[in-house]
Design a protein around this ligand. Structure first.
Ligand code: FAD
Length: 439
């Protein structure tokens, strides 16, 4: 006879501890005499769309799954890991388990919402409930709204409201372990290897998930200097949920309001994407979609390869290509350079970052790119064009960061600037003005 279970479906929440949806699943199972079967799906719809078979994020997820498996085995349970399209996987699971309900944490990206709707509808036909919970953000969807009931589109008033609503309730942790007895017991099941998933195993060192409290103490003064290790590097962990946003925000609340402010940006962009899913392809300010981009492929290739002749831009792109990380200040500079100096559509740059960033997150990336291009909500005004040389003088005054990623900097092998700053700036201003005038 099949055991009645609640399935808990891990997605961007790859941890047992302080996991909102898992906590609810275990607690409800414990109260109703059921058990919770943990599930992870290597989703072929997502994996097949990746452009490289050597993808560090797949390695990261695989390692996180192995760690979850170890923990679950120590509690006499196992993670059931599948590889396929979620709908087909759920159809198979319904045959294998006596599924009473499916629990998961919410994902706010348009594709994820469409996927969840498909599963919700299918489970509905089987008389099985699909329950989703908040876990990925501190405040979601309509929790932080303007007085007139509309969502915010400007960050500063949003952040003020966010802070005014924050209290212990929103940062409390979910003690999953207190109900862990309700986990479904069965023998350990194998996890598909990276080769079976058709990805290359790679030796990658990922940033630690331990928040360095020392970083929080220097964050406000040093976070803009890419040569210093003064940011948390938690991006990838927050993206895949290997750390809890509530825990990180709790530390930030007492140690660094500047750091907390960055976590508010994270919530802000998730909220924006939730209310405006069209932003995946469109500018927040539609008039900016009238810009006639130059879109020169040869320019784009130089930018991607870190061969523009502007050291801060090139160092950033080399760091990204080699490690999957780029410092926030440098992300702003390279994004501005691509869209404004080269007049290449922000969507090209956004897609490139999506392929390369370890911490790639649709909401934050789209928000960051639209901000840099001037077409997003609360974006920098379009006529403010970063000067990449001055940015280097200000934020990498000794050239330490640049030399780390550009060994040929200062030698005859380093290229001349591919465009002259003054000319590029004027060209950008004219092009933007033209687009805005046409409407
Ligand atoms: P820290 O400075 O230590 O910040 C802590 C955490 O706060 C980050 O890990 C992140 O989760 C969040 N955070 C910080 N700044 C922002 C921000 N501006 N917007 C949203 N969340 C923020 N961040 C991503 O997580 N994924 C992306 O794909 C992404 N793409 C970006 C693209 C561009 C063009 C720009 C300008 C910024 C982008 N950012 C993105 C925001 C920011 O650059 C990164 O979050 C940060 O550099 C990650 O490093 P860290 O973990 O050391 O950050």
């Amino acid at each position: 006879m099949k055991t009645p279970v609640i399935l808990f479906w891990f997605r961007r929440d790859l941890r047992l501890d302080d996991n909102g949806g898992l906590y609810q699943a275990l607690k409800n199972a414990s109260a109703s005499g059921l058990s919770v079967q943990p599930l992870f799906i290597f989703d072929t719809t997502i994996l097949d769309a990746l452009t490289s078979r050597a993808d560090k994020r797949v390695v990261f997820i695989h390692q996180a799954i192995e760690r979850l498996q170890k923990e679950l085995v120590s509690f006499g349970s196992t993670l059931d890991v599948r590889h396929g399209e979620p709908l087909a996987v759920f159809k198979a699971l319904m045959d294998e388990y006596d599924v009473q309900a499916v629990y998961a944490n919410r994902d706010y990206e348009p594709d994820a919402r469409a996927r969840d709707k498909l599963i919700y509808d299918y489970l509905g036909t089987q008389g099985v409930a699909f329950r989703a919970f908040k876990d990925h953000v501190v405040f979601e969807k309509n929790e932080v709204m303007k007085a007139d009931g509309q969502p915010y589109t400007v960050f500063t008033p949003y952040s003020k409201k966010w802070l005014s609503l924050l209290n212990d309730f929103y940062l409390r942790s979910y003690p999953t372990i207190s109900y862990i007895e309700a986990v479904h017991r069965q023998a350990e099941r194998p996890i598909p290897t990276l080769q079976q998933l058709q990805f290359e195993p790679m030796n990658v060192t990922f940033p630690t998930k331990m928040l360095d409290l020392g970083v929080l103490d220097v964050y406000a003064e040093q976070r803009d200097y890419p040569a210093l290790s003064a940011t948390s590097r938690l991006g990838v962990h927050l993206r895949f949920g290997t750390v809890s946003i509530r825990q990180v925000a709790s530390y930030a609340q007492v140690r660094s309001s500047v750091f907390l402010n960055e976590l508010i940006w994270r919530d802000f962009y998730q909220m924006i994407l939730w209310h405006h899913p069209q932003l995946v392809n469109q500018s927040f300010k539609p008039i900016y979609d009238q810009i006639v981009w130059r879109n020169q492929s040869s320019d784009f290739s130089k930018w991607c390869a870190g061969q523009t002749g502007y050291p801060l831009v090139d160092a950033g792109m080399r760091e990204l290509n080699e490690t999957g990380f780029m410092h926030n200040r440098v992300r702003m500079v390279v994004a501005s350079f691509l869209t404004k100096h080269l007049l290449i559509d922000w969507r090209w740059g956004e897609r490139y970052f999506a392929q390369k960033l370890l911490d790639y997150d649709l909401a934050a990336n789209n928000g960051g790119w639209q901000w840099a291009a001037g077409c997003g909500c609360d974006a920098a005004p379009y006529f403010r064009v970063f000067n990449p040389t001055l940015q280097m003088k200000k934020f990498d005054p000794n050239g330490d960061y640049v030399r780390r990623w550009l060994p040929e900097f200062g030698t005859k092998d380093y290229p001349e600037p591919m465009v002259e700053h003054g000319m590029a700036r004027e060209r950008c201003l004219q092009t933007y003005a033209q687009a805005l005038k046409n409407n």
